[in-house]
Write a protein that binds this ligand. Structure first.
Ligand code: HEM
Ligand code: HEM
Length: 130
């Protein structure tokens, strides 16, 4: 049951990040792009953290070892990256060196989406969907 919640929440998080990053990349001419980018990606982070908690709980209840496989490790990296990206997104409005923070945010954001997609593919392979 926990793993079904993990699967559903992670798919929802991937959809949010794809939409949020897509807006920042392709819909920058719209005047509300930043509002949308911020709201959708912040929701993605919350959903993703809930999904990560379900995976963690599943490992606990099945008496397995944490971060035991490649999916688990790539997934963990994705979670760290999207947390850093979220922080940098908000911090970029206050920082003295806004340009550097934004450039880092852009790259950590791109890498977090790539890591999420890789974890998704590996997760779906683990359950035999792919
Ligand atoms: C897309 C983003 C995903 C991320 C970031 C992610 C992340 C993680 C992490 C960090 C763990 C390790 C938990 C721990 O060691 O405490 C894990 C475990 C696991 N994930 Fe994912 N996951 C994702 C998608 C999926 C999908 C789509 C499936 C398919 C059902 C899946 C199936 C599993 C399974 C079976 C485990 C092992 C649970 C266990 O050993 O009890 N994951 N995932
Ligand atoms: C984990 C969540 C987030 C991800 C994955 C993410 C990802 C990205 C990516 C990939 C870009 C660059 C798009 C491109 O031009 O190629 C971007 C731009 C940007 N994001 Fe985010 N973002 C996230 C959350 C946020 C939040 C919460 C804020 C604001 C509080 C924010 C503010 C910005 C700004 C201002 C830019 C433009 C930067 C520039 O052009 O220099 N982002 N984001």
């Amino acid at each position: 049951m926990l793993i079904v919640l993990h699967l559903a929440l992670m798919i929802a998080a991937v959809i949010s990040f794809t939409a949020g990053v897509g807006i920042a990349m392709f819909a920058r001419k719209k005047k509300n792009w930043l509002k949308l980018h911020k709201a959708i990606n912040t929701s993605g982070v919350i959903i993703g953290l809930a999904g990560a908690a379900m995976a963690f709980a599943n490992v606990l209840t099945s008496a397995g070892n944490h971060l035991s496989g490649l999916h688990h490790r790539v997934g963990f990296i994705a979670i760290i990256l999207f947390c850093i990206t979220l922080y940098l997104g908000f911090y970029s409005f206050k920082a003295a060196n806004k340009t550097a923070v934004r450039t880092t945010h852009r790259w950590s954001g791109r890498f977090s989406l790539i890591a999420m997609l890789a974890a998704l593919i590996m997760g779906l392979k683990m359950i035999g969907v792919l």
